[in-house]
Write a protein that binds this ligand. Structure first.
Ligand code: NAI
Length: 322
């Protein structure tokens, strides 16, 4: 019987995964593996890994010759060494489309919370201040420019849900042809986008090119009093440079759903910065999106096992067993 190891998760129960794997005749085991060594020790005899944030490095993949597929519960796969997977013939699956609407609406919610000072107003009221000027002056959103970095699935949806809020929507994405830009989205260079936007929203993957991309140089180009939102991956932003931009007033506010280190350390300076809104990597979440995500991630493994059974050489050890 093919075996799958669920390496790390924080769900109240795993009935959904158990049902999917039982129906397909796949044995599910569950262990908490948040390090390379823990993974190697726990996964020696499995055909498949179902992972959330477990670090699947070349060392892990090389140590698990039986492994045939890794299915990530989530859209990104920056915790997996994709080139090592290719070198060792290991399949990699993700679930890219389960929460596109959730992340886009969360990003828009963060933009609006910043532009309309929602969090600061709430804080002021609880501190005894009830006045529309308690948090300073607000500007009209319908005269603002939104800049989207990364116009993929989520970036495009963000453009759609935001188009009636902002006057102008511009986007930077070097990998799309012009025809992939909706007619109402203005194509821009990266630096021009940071110079001309009142609100910048980040929607790129995390990779060698985007790691640390938003640092002092780009932030220094932003208009005084502008806003930055990140629902992509925390390490796309240099946190110290962001804090400097907030402290110096270049940014009037920022909102982060994702951080380079999650959860945020208790002594992080991010927690002291009053102009910063934080959410706990929750942009993907709705009850419906989570069910879809978990079902698709488990189903990816089922599809691979079934395919391996009918096409010798498609998978690795499973194909030989079935
Ligand atoms: P996608 O792959 O559909 O789109 C990414 C876009 O970024 C592509 O169009 C690509 O051409 C573009 N891109 C790549 N390198 C770029 C660069 N250097 N500069 C500008 N654009 C670049 O990805 P999707 O599904 O839209 O996801 C976007 C981000 O959202 C990812 O980082 C993903 O991990 C993150 N995400 C966050 C969630 C959350 O809960 N906060 C949930 C789901 C996804």
């Amino acid at each position: 019987m093919p075996r799958v190891l669920f390496t790390d998760q924080d769900y109240p129960d795993l009935a959904l995964e158990q049902e999917v794997f039982d129906a397909a005749g796949i044995e599910l085991s569950v262990k908490e593996c948040r390090s390379e060594d823990a993974l190697i020790a726990a996964a020696a005899d499995v055909d498949a890994l179902l992972i959330q944030y477990a670090p699947v490095t070349e060392r892990v993949i090389a140590a698990l010759p039986r492994l045939g597929i890794i299915s990530r519960i989530g859209a990104g796969f920056d915790t997996v060494d994709t080139e090592a997977c290719a070198r060792h013939g290991v399949w990699l699956a993700n679930s890219p489309d389960y929460g596109v609407g959730e992340v886009a609406t969360h990003a828009l919610a963060l933009c609006l919370a910043l532009v309309r000072n929602v969090v600061a107003y709430d804080r002021d009221i609880r501190n005894g201040k009830w006045h529309y000027l308690s948090s300073g002056k607000l500007k009209r959103a319908s005269e603002m420019t939104l800049g989207i970095v990364g116009l993929g699935r989520i970036g495009k949806r963000m453009a759609h849900v935001s188009r009636n809020v902002f006057r102008r929507v511009m986007a930077f994405d070097p990998y799309l042809i012009d025809g992939d830009f909706p007619a109402f989205v203005e194509r821009s260079g990266l630096e021009a986008l940071f110079e001309q936007s009142d609100v910048v929203s980040l929607h790129t993957p995390l990779n060698a090119e985007t790691r640390g991309m938003v640092g002092r140089s780009l932030l220094g180009r932003m208009r005084t009093g502008s806003f930055l939102v990140n629902t992509s991956r925390g390490a796309v932003i240099e946190v110290d440079d962001l804090l400097h931009a907030l402290d110096s007033g270049i940014l009037a506010g920022a909102a982060l759903d994702v951080l380079p280190v999650e959860p945020v350390p208790a002594d992080s300076r991010l927690l002291q910065q009053p102009q910063l809104i934080l959410t706990p990597h929750a942009a993907f979440f709705s009850v419906q999106a989570e069910i879809e995500l978990r079902r698709k991630a488990a189903q990816n493994i089922v599809s691979w096992v079934k395919r391996s059974a009918t096409r010798p050489g498609y998978g690795k050890s499973c194909a030989a067993q079935l």
